[in-house]
Design a protein around this ligand. Structure first.
Ligand SMILES: Nc1ncnc2c1ncn2[C@@H]1O[C@H](COP(=O)(O)OP(=O)(O)OP(=O)(O)O)[C@@H](O)[C@H]1O
Ligand SMILES: [Mg+2]
Length: 340
């Protein structure tokens, strides 16, 4: 009885603190927060005006007194103070019983440095965490898609987020090989902005670029090519302008970041020990993260590596679901955590 009551009040939280999106999973409850990693600040007194989805609505539309900040860059904390405010707000949102300070597991990129780890741990502690543990993002992703991370077989995961692409081979509760590049969805958006500027003298915003990428971005020739109307400001005339662009052009715009992702996968494969490479040949590669949803990217990687490639179900939530599994069965999975 006492035990089940404790379970009721157990206060354990998994956070996927992503460059684009932050997700919070509460043990026994599921994913309770899923919002953009953004904070709107009033410049005069540094007061928080809005966080998450509400802050994103303001992106590109603020006046001089308000600034929308993305406290995460390339997978790690870029602005300590704002990140801490954001983490605190999301923990609060996920936590019903505010009396208890939670145990928190936070995902970090596999190549995270000592000082980056300290910043994340401090931010979570200041935000109210009682104990803080860290987990490598590809490990969490692998757990989230249900790969047997504790077994002596090799599994390869490619997590393409907003700020980073992480490729890892996992076996026996550890990361055997990894390759991580600071290229992800944000870089693709930036390439689209540059492309529109160069080819059409059209200045488009970050949100417009992302929408173009999500709607018509692709990594291979599409059976039916798509088009979309891009709205922005004409750089010569200075007036609002709309231009129809197609998926062939956007594929050209995305050529470089996608080639870099493919190259990073090849490098990771070259570094993989032969026994595990054989496992990967049999079992294939699994893709997670929002960037994995680019049309045809799975097919492209399959063609370039000659290996089976699968897109995970619900790729945007794999990492937080995997971290949640660690909370659900701390005994079994504690050994995969990163030293904080
Ligand atoms: N359908 C889609 N097609 C293409 N890209 C998409 C799609 N949906 C989301 N994305 C992109 O996925 C990225 C966000 O993915 P995700 O939430 O996994 O990143 P993150 O975890 O915040 O970043 P990181 O892991 O690098 O810190 C964004 O760049 C977004 O534009
Ligand atoms: Mg991520």
């Amino acid at each position: 009885m006492a035990f089940s009551l404790m379970g009721l009040f157990s206060n354990e939280i998994a956070i996927d603190l992503g460059t684009c999106n932050t997700l919070v999973y509460v043990k026994g409850k599921g994913i309770l927060v899923r919002e953009p990693s953004m904070v709107a600040i009033r410049k005069s007194d540094h007061k928080v005006i809005a966080i998450g989805t509400e802050a994103r609505e303001m992106l590109g539309k603020t006046h001089k007194q308000i600034e929308v900040i993305r406290p995460m860059r390339d997978g790690v904390i870029d602005d300590d103070e704002v990140a801490e405010m954001m983490i605190r707000a999301f923990i609060r949102k996920a936590q019903k019983n505010r009396m208890m300070r939670p145990r928190v597991i936070v995902c970090v990129p596999s190549g995270v440095t000592k000082s980056e780890k300290r910043i994340i741990r401090d931010a979570a502690e200041h935000a109210g965490a009682r104990e803080v543990y860290l987990i490598a993002e590809p490990m969490a992703a692998a757990l989230g898609v249900g790969l047997p991370v504790n077994d002596p077989v090799g599994s390869m995961v490619i997590d393409i987020g907003g700020g980073t692409t992480e490729i890892a081979v996992i076996a026996l509760s550890g990361i055997v090989t990894d390759n991580s590049i600071r290229i992800g969805g944000d870089e693709m958006d930036e390439c689209i902005v540059q492309f529109m500027r160069r080819n059409y003298n059209l200045l488009i915003g970050e949100r417009t670029a992302e929408e173009i990428k999500v709607r018509i971005g692709s990594a291979i020739k599409l059976e039916q090519e798509l088009s979309i109307v891009a709205k922005g400001r004409d750089l010569v005339a200075g007036i609002p302008k709309a231009i129809e662009i197609n998926s062939i052009e956007i594929r050209e715009a995305l050529h470089e970041p996608i080639a870099q992702v493919v190259e990073a996968v090849k490098v990771a494969l070259e570094k993989t020990p032969p026994e595990l490479a054989a496992d990967i040949r049999d079992r294939g590669i699994i893709m997670t993260g929002g960037g994995a949803l680019i049309k045809g990217l799975d097919v492209r990687i399959r063609e370039e590596t000659m290996l089976p490639v699968f897109l995970a179900d619900d790729p945007l939530t794999c990492v937080v679901r995997g971290t949640g599994k660690v909370l659900d069965d701390f005994e079994t999975y504690q050994k995969i955590l990163v030293n904080a």
